[in-house]
Design a protein around this ligand. Structure first.
Ligand SMILES: NC(=O)c1ccc[n+]([C@@H]2O[C@H](COP(=O)([O-])OP(=O)(O)OC[C@H]3O[C@@H](n4cnc5c(N)ncnc54)[C@H](OP(=O)(O)O)[C@@H]3O)[C@@H](O)[C@H]2O)c1
Length: 227
């Protein structure tokens, strides 16, 4: 995830402000190219309609050379699909259409049959796992059965908090941009209800990389999931 020096992942408008630099975007492209699937949460999906594609042709060629599909699978976790044309996604939708790869939406029993059908009509595979919210353990097991070994989670903070709480995160990469956006309620890399100090997720710092433009990349391994 990309955050500002004050720990924000979006501006107060919550429309997916660009926080990554060009150098960071290039790193994200490589991470995507090395992943079997790329995952986002439902609010990120609706706020940004993200493309989640690998764009440099040399990275696409490397994937194909390894016998992989040209694009990683795109996956979204959405509690309730909106009961409206297109499930709340624009038409055309970058998430659903760009790249031409496999697109999976995992949702819960709260989504209506009509909403599932509308999204399927637009080419997505729709999977129902969980009653009121998506069962994340079941979702990751489904992805593993679908051949996903390396999953890149691109946020947002609600999804990341839930994955951390379930002990499902191995590694965390944070890009820190030389920017301040402020706002008491603007999103951060890890949202959710919060964790008491005694149960904090513990990390080991594996690498620090400073870009010439003032950006910093922190790479951590999760050494103890939330207790
Ligand atoms: N700078 C960055 O790197 C970056 C990256 C991504 C996103 N963002 C920003 O982050 C913001 C969105 O983040 P967000 O935290 O609001 O939402 P989010 O994490 O993108 O979306 C979480 C969604 O997943 C649903 N969900 C279903 N099952 C879940 C489960 N078991 N656990 C957790 N969530 C589950 C939640 O539904 P319910 O809670 O309704 O049940 C919620 O709608 C946007 O402003 C976006 O632009 C920034």
């Amino acid at each position: 995830m990309a955050m500002t020096a004050d720990g924000k992942t979006d501006s107060v408008e919550r429309r997916g402000a660009r926080i990554s630099s060009d150098a960071d975007e290039a790193r994200v492209q490589r991470l995507r190219a090395e992943s079997d699937a790329v995952l986002v949460g439902g609010r990120t999906l609706l706020a940004e309609d993200p493309r989640l594609t690998v764009r440099p042709q040399e990275l696409v060629a490397e994937r194909v050379g390894r016998g992989e599909p040209p694009q990683p699978m795109k996956v979204a976790i959405v509690s309730e699909l909106l009961d409206m044309p297109g499930g709340g996604l624009p038409d055309p939708s970058r998430f659903l259409s760009d790249g031409g790869g496999r697109v999976v939406v995992v949702t819960s029993g709260r989504s209506s049959g009509a909403a599932l059908a509308r999204l399927r009509d637009r080419g997505a595979e729709v999977v129902v796992l969980g009653r009121d919210r998506v069962d994340l353990v079941a979702a990751l097991a489904w992805l593993r059965r679908a051949g996903v070994r390396r999953l890149l989670v691109e946020g947002g903070g609600t999804l990341v908090a839930a994955l951390l709480a379930a002990g499902l995160v191995d590694e965390l990469r944070l890009y820190v941009a030389p920017l301040i956006l402020g706002g008491a309620d603007t999103p951060t890399p890890v949202g959710g209800p919060g964790i008491q100090r005694g149960s904090a997720v513990e990390l080991s710092l594996e690498d620090v990389h400073a870009d010439p433009d003032g950006g910093v990349v922190l790479r951590y391994l999760v050494t103890r999931p939330s207790a």
